[in-house]
Design a protein around this ligand. Sequence first.
Ligand code: HEC
Ligand code: HEC
Length: 401
Amino acid sequence: MKLPAAMALLLALISAAAQAADFDAAQTRRILGHGPWPPAESADRSNRLSGNRDAVRLGAMLFGEPRLSGNGAISCQTCHRPDHGWSEAKARSEGLRLQDRNAPGLLNVRLQRWFGWDGANDSLWAAGIRPILKDSEMGGSAAATAKLLREDAPLACLAQRVAPDYATGDDEAVLVLAAKALAAFQETINSPRTPFDEFRDALAANDRAGMARYPEAAQRGLALFTGRGQCGMCHTGANFSNGEFHDTGLVFFLNDPDRKPGTPRRADPGRHGGIAQLKANRFNLLGRYNDDASGQASIPARHVEQQHRNWGEFKVPSLRNLTATAPYMHNGSKPSLRDVILHYSDLDEDRLHSDGEAILKPLKLAEGEIADLQAFLESLSVPNDTAARYENLRREAAACR
Ligand code: HEC
Ligand code: HEC
């Protein structure tokens, strides 16, 4: 078929489907843009252990390993709980000390481009080094991590399979090996298809019976999401995130329980600080541990520049699996999805950057619209078996001889 004919057919299909569901052609195009799910998988070029089965097992073992921390009591799993969408119920995480931010859920984390709410890391593996080394978080060290991987029998067995000569490397190289195995494991924490994905594919196929199975409230919420709400301007694509940073008018002062009277309140600089940290981090992809010889993976780090408007910007989170990951936002300040929706509905425009974010306006939603938007967001969540698979991987790992 020649291209114009194919286009005409596609447009005809789109407009037929649009009538059935009351979505106009532009909205239909936007809805189709939120799929297909699951997206194609590709290996992380910066991590030579990406996709390696033994590295996945080693990573699963390390994820629940409290000996990576200075006090022997904190593991990744402390804050990224498998039964809480790989996040936790606390508004702000607590490691050795209280953190400034909420622990993000790790489902589909492989699809992120920047890591952390401020994007201070440009690879999934480097994002696992930060918590290990940070004094207030796990307070571990390269030396202690390397010792553990050399001396603990199952860990050493797996590390040996993954990198036969690892034990002769220096401590920092072993720390990076551990982080890359952690990343290989986290790449496997993916969520399945949701009612929204069924609807989206039915819409693409003009399958009216299939479309009718999607609850009407969710359909109305989707229309709001892709229409007047303009949510899809930032929450784009199959994972509902453009991977970039925006200001949504949240209060950026930290509510600090430890603040001494008379001292100034601290603010979270968001992306502005994240770029500075990224540039200063020797584990970034411009450094020696990037396994990508092509130079592709390090392009973002090479080109990103700190700008004034980055102050108070945070990463656009995915909207999948939200029912498991309350509370919400970088500071955990919104206890429920309804609270997030009310934030957008009653938005305080004075808090938005004067020079950016013209997209966001207070939506002044009616009660029914709030419920519809919530029904749509809930249709992006389904139970998943990642917790059980994690336990299986850990059992397999422990059996390494
Ligand atoms: C004390 C709680 C805590 C522990 C322990 C912890 N994390 Fe996190 N994690 C967080 C918080 C909080 C953030 C957000 C950090 C930020 O924005 O600066 C985060 C962010 C991340 C991210 C970025 C996710 C994204 O979507 O941007 C990854 C990946 C991650 N952690 C993996 C790990 C791994 C691997 C470990 C163990 C080595 C670990 N975390 C240990 C609290 C924790
Ligand atoms: C200008 C870009 C932009 C637009 C438009 C936008 N968002 Fe967001 N959204 C963000 C950013 C950035 C965050 C994280 C903010 C933070 O934590 O500081 C966020 C956070 C969220 C969260 C919390 C997710 C979590 O894991 O904490 C939800 C839910 C959400 N948005 C839904 C919506 C809905 C619904 C709309 C439309 C009414 C919308 N967003 C419009 C950028 C946007």
